[in-house]
Design a protein around this ligand. Structure first.
Ligand code: 2RA
Length: 340
């Protein structure tokens, strides 16, 4: 006995990864349906060794389906998620639409699995922003040991975070730089990303922060502890898949770097690769396709009392989005729906 599962947004980067990971982790599926917008309707997506023909999200009846993993962006989520929830299908949403709603749990299973029981208020569960998810997996075990006061994080985010357009942009610009005789592709984004870095992800806010930076601050407070102060600088870099983060942490209590390394080695979802030698650390190209949140460069920050620096890398399409959503589905099944 398994679950009847809907994937809404099945043809996008994250939707395809959701299908891949459900199959890889042998999620107990009795029946699965792939939904897409009308313009993508009929296109085929893979689910393990099966091929699914996408159906129309606009006309789909969610009645009788156990859960729907949404990866359709906030606008479509606003239109279709309430319809699914009202039909009794639990929505696990990857957009930012519901993350800040006090009645909707925002969950990273390794960090706040207990919040799963709050789903019943609106029959919706929110998936965090990709750059938040990997960071809180690293922060939580350290916070439990030495209580985090403040986090300063700089991110190095791959172009797949901005969807297929972002990946195409990097590819086209790189080709046109190497083959200047080729016709220059029309630019989709303001700044060149090939051989460049851009300190701007999402929109600018009145504070001068971008919304991506604001998300990391607010979501970390909701998932881990509202008392933690977070300041972030989020940067787009010419990498296809894999977000990297330089994280500086100030604790209430002293935490020795070796104890921090031992704690992280035992932490759920974490893989520590940390040797003070050439290649003794993880880079984004090595994390792509993996489930783990990799931690390297763990070392004391001797400029403050109780300071620590670390380097955090993870596949933004997996732990940052699709894997976390599937882990929430597993948690929902195990703790609540209890079929399968
Ligand atoms: C990005 N975190 O990287 C945002 C949305 N996925 O573009």
């Amino acid at each position: 006995m398994g679950y009847r599962v809907v994937i809404a947004g099945a043809t996008g980067n994250v939707g395809r990864e959701m299908l891949n990971i459900l199959a890889e982790r042998h999620f107990p599926v009795d029946e699965i349906v792939a939904l897409a917008s009308r313009k993508s309707m009929g296109s085929e997506v893979s689910f393990g060794d099966k091929t699914l023909k996408t159906k129309d999200l606009d006309t789909f009846d969610f009645t009788g389906w156990d859960m729907a993993l949404f990866a359709v962006g906030s606008e479509a989520t606003k239109k279709y998620a309430p319809k699914a929830a009202k039909a009794g299908c639990v929505v696990i949403d990857n957009s930012s639409l519901y993350r800040y709603d006090p009645d909707i749990p925002l969950i990273v299973p390794e960090v706040n699995a207990h919040a799963i029981h709050d789903y019943a208020k609106k029959n919706i569960i929110a998936n965090p922003n990709c750059s938040t998810a990997q960071m809180v997996v690293a922060l939580k075990p350290l916070h439990d040991r030495a209580t985090i006061k403040r986090v300063v994080v700089s991110t190095y985010q791959s172009v797949s975070g901005s969807g297929k357009d972002g990946m195409d942009e990097l590819w086209d610009q790189t080709k046109s730089i190497y083959n200047p005789t080729d016709s220059k592709p029309p630019r989709k984004f303001t700044k060149q990303i090939a051989f460049n870095v851009i300190p701007h992800i999402d929109v600018f806010m009145d504070s001068g922060d971008t919304k991506e930076e604001w998300k990391m601050m607010v979501e970390t407070k909701k998932i881990v502890d509202p008392k933690i102060k977070v300041t972030a600088t989020c940067v787009r870099v010419p990498v296809f898949v894999g977000h990297a983060e330089s994280i500086n942490i100030e604790f209430e209590d002293h935490l020795d770097e070796n104890e921090a390394r031992d704690i992280l080695r035992e932490a759920p979802g974490v893989m520590v690769i940390d040797k003070r030698e050439d290649g003794g650390y993880v880079t984004p190209v090595e994390c792509a396709g993996d489930f783990a949140t990799f931690i390297s460069r763990i070392r004391q920050d001797s400029t403050i009392d109780n300071g620590l620096n670390l380097w955090c890398v993870s596949d933004n399409l997996r732990k940052g989005a699709a894997l976390n959503a599937v882990q929430i589905a597993e948690l929902l099944g195990r703790e609540v729906l209890k079929k399968g």
